[in-house]
Design a protein around this ligand. Structure first.
Ligand SMILES: CC(C)(COP(=O)(O)OP(=O)(O)OC[C@H]1O[C@@H](n2cnc3c(N)ncnc32)[C@H](O)[C@@H]1OP(=O)(O)O)[C@@H](O)C(=O)NCCC(=O)NCCS
Length: 239
């Protein structure tokens, strides 16, 4: 790992609070939460968006109520896209969030990395979510599919988390065909670089220490070629 590696802070929340403080969420976020179909999803959404603000506030050193986070979708402008801070405290900081079956993670780029025009992506996936027929055909490149043993779900979930983290760092999400995002780790070291549509994206696995889940982080931008250094912390202390 080179010294110039991009620092990514990952805050992991393993126990979703049943009544997180909602004071920091916008009316639009509360409406998005209410529209979700299950109480678990509603709680998870509120907790994830609250954590996003608590993590940025902790990093920047301002109260979370002073942050304005924009979620404009690049495709339709609705507030369901990637989080960004356009102005005020934390402006330009790289942000990403993910939720999966009770686990929530937020990734932030260190302030000095944000100035290097890099974007971040974080993703957590359940291993059993990739166990459906036809996964390889829709998700993997031919080389990736050939490299994995048939039925090896943990390996497939690992690749899927890397692909989604890369897709988030690109900002396209899964509008980009995941088969075009190649994330095999040649030497099994759990980190690498994808070149997608001419853009370089560095990725690395994030060891959560939770059985049944895979997670990865990615950075895209001018400094992506220098690799990623992830610091994982317990987000429970922020609530
Ligand atoms: C982003 C995406 C890969 C995440 O899928 P997922 O694994 O089901 O969900 P996760 O919990 O890991 O991540 C969801 C978060 O990704 C972020 N996100 C959404 N779109 C994003 C994008 N294009 N790039 C980066 N991050 C994005 C949001 O913060 C979202 O959280 P929220 O819904 O609570 O606001 C997938 O939902 C996707 O590709 N969405 C975009 C599709 C799109 O652009 N459709 C056009 C709509 S008009």
């Amino acid at each position: 790992m080179q010294d110039a590696a991009v620092d990514v802070s990952v805050y992991l929340l393993a126990d979703v609070p049943t009544a997180p403080s909602l004071a920091v969420l916008t009316p639009g976020e509360l409406r998005r939460a209410e529209a979700l179909s299950t109480e678990d999803n509603r709680l998870g959404f509120r907790a994830a968006h609250t954590l996003l603000r608590l993590a940025v506030a902790d990093r920047v050193g301002v109260p979370p109520t002073q942050l304005t986070i924009d979620f404009a979708c690049a495709r339709c402008s609705e507030q369901h896209g990637p989080p960004r801070i356009l102005a005020g405290p934390g402006a330009g900081m790289g942000l990403s969030l993910t939720r999966s079956s009770g686990l929530i993670a937020v990734a932030l780029l260190a302030p000095e990395a944000a100035g290097r025009e890099v974007r971040v992506g974080i993703d957590i996936d359940r291993v059993d979510a990739v166990g459906f027929g036809g996964f390889d055909e829709v998700a993997l490149s031919p080389a990736e599919s050939a490299a994995l043993a048939p039925g090896d779900l943990p390996a497939r979930a690992t690749l899927w988390a890397r692909k989604e983290a890369v897709a988030k760092a690109l900002g396209s999400g899964l509008r980009r065909d995941p088969r075009q995002i190649e994330v095999l780790s040649a030497d099994g070291c759990g980190r690498g670089e994808a070149v997608v549509g001419g853009r370089r994206v560095a990725w690395c696995d994030v060891p959560l220490g939770r059985a049944g889940f895979a997670a990865a982080a990615a950075v895209c931008g001018s400094a992506a070629g220098t690799g990623i250094r992830v610091t994982l912390s317990d987000a429970a202390t922020l609530f």
